[in-house]
Design a protein around this ligand. Structure first.
Ligand code: PNS
Length: 193
């Protein structure tokens, strides 16, 4: 229990004390609600590597927003933003604190607007580091209220990327080890040459 306000008054020579209290649990709830993380990416398409990072982030934060964002450095995506959203929704259905959104703008602005405290990214190998480091610093400069948190990928997802999945699927290879089973057919149907 926490005393938030305490008023004293003098009436007819008597001192009255009014104490306003609020429950500690309420304060904890307020704090908890603020622990929102944004997990941005192209997700074109979502892979088991992405799903692993999203799942682990959902255990660290109270709410995780998987944000389908535009990477200006990449060419036209293979799947529309809505298609990517449907796929991510179907593979994250079991994660109660995960929601999906689409952004066509600056990540830092979005993070600020939703009151997120973290940007969660998966880090695969040294090759990812320079690019991710640059983005983390740029985002921090644009909005200093959130930290970029890197989760290292598992060893089996170290080499995995949406581009690798697309390359393999395009030439008819087996991508069942790389993407969630529930969306395997959808991805193959679209990508196969
Ligand atoms: O999965 P990707 O393509 O590596 O993700 C990169 C992405 C989409 C997270 C990044 O390009 C991004 O944040 N895009 C949104 C626009 C933006 O804020 N760009 C500046 C980042 S410093």
């Amino acid at each position: 229990m926490v005393i938030r306000q305490c008023n004293f008054s003098l009436t007819n020579g008597k001192i009255s004390v009014i104490i306003y209290v609020i429950e500690t649990n309420l304060i904890k709830e307020e704090i908890k609600l603020r622990r929102i993380a944004v997990c941005p990416g192209s997700f074109d398409p979502v892979t088991l590597g992405h799903l692993d990072i999203i799942t682990r982030a959902s255990r660290l934060f109270d709410k995780v927003i998987v944000l389908i964002s535009r990477n200006a450095g990449k060419s036209q995506p293979s799947f529309t933003a809505t298609e990517r959203m449907i796929m991510i929704e179907s593979v994250t259905r079991g994660l109660d604190n995960v929601v999906i959104d689409i952004l066509d703008g600056l990540l830092a602005d979005y993070v600020k607007n939703v009151g997120a405290i973290a940007i969660v990214k998966g880090l695969r190998a040294v090759s990812d580091f320079e690019y991710e480091f640059q983005m983390a610093l740029a985002n921090k400069k644009l909005y200093s209220g959130a930290e970029t948190v890197f989760l290292t990928t598992t060893a089996e997802n170290m080499y995995l990327s949406s581009s690798v999945v697309k390359q393999i699927a395009y030439f008819g290879g087996d991508i069942s080890h790389f993407v969630p089973e529930t969306i395997l057919d959808d991805i193959q149907r679209r990508l196969i040459k």
